[in-house]
Design a protein around this ligand. Structure first.
Ligand code: CO
Length: 154
């Protein structure tokens, strides 16, 4: 496993569309392992592959609860409901925070590392992290959706 460099700020790769994963091989396992290690090293609760310069639809999440780290390949929303407005930050936008509107509950379909399809329903923090990380796969950052003016932007 290796810690990868997290792309930040105006790096153009953060704005690109990531491609669907079609090959579930050892290379994908290495990517997932490196993403989890990189997320843990940065004390993050989530990381998307484009943040380490890989334009593949892969996200990892760890809420540091009993669930442990999760890897979701090709995550897509199949349901969402409710509304929450909470503060978010991003490992790619160090030192910044902003309030963002998200659904309170989301259900996501995804493949695991072996290509098996599963569903995951998350509420509150998990819902927010799922939305935030899936946005990264479409080149969207939380600052695009934040509902208050950021202090550091003059
Ligand atoms: Co982020």
């Amino acid at each position: 496993m290796a810690i990868r460099i997290i792309r930040t700020d105006n790096d153009p790769i953060l704005r690109k569309l990531s491609k669907e994963v079609t090959v579930f091989d050892e290379k994908l396992q290495i990517l997932v392992d490196d993403m989890i290690e990189t997320m843990h090293h940065a004390d993050g609760v989530g990381l998307a592959a484009p943040q380490i310069g890989v334009l593949k639809r892969v996200i990892v999440i760890d809420l540091y609860d009993d669930e442990g780290p999760m890897a979701l390949i090709n995550p897509r929303f199949i349901d969402q409901s409710g509304l929450q407005i909470e503060e978010e930050g991003c490992l790619s936008l160090p030192g910044r925070h902003g309030m963002v509107k998200r659904p309170l509950s989301v259900t996501v379909q995804f493949e695991d590392i072996d290509g098996e399809t599963y569903e995951l329903t998350g509420e509150e923090l998990l819902a927010r992290v799922l939305c935030h990380e899936i946005d990264h796969l479409d080149g969207i950052l939380y600052i695009d959706k934040q509902v208050t003016v950021e202090n550091k932007e003059a």
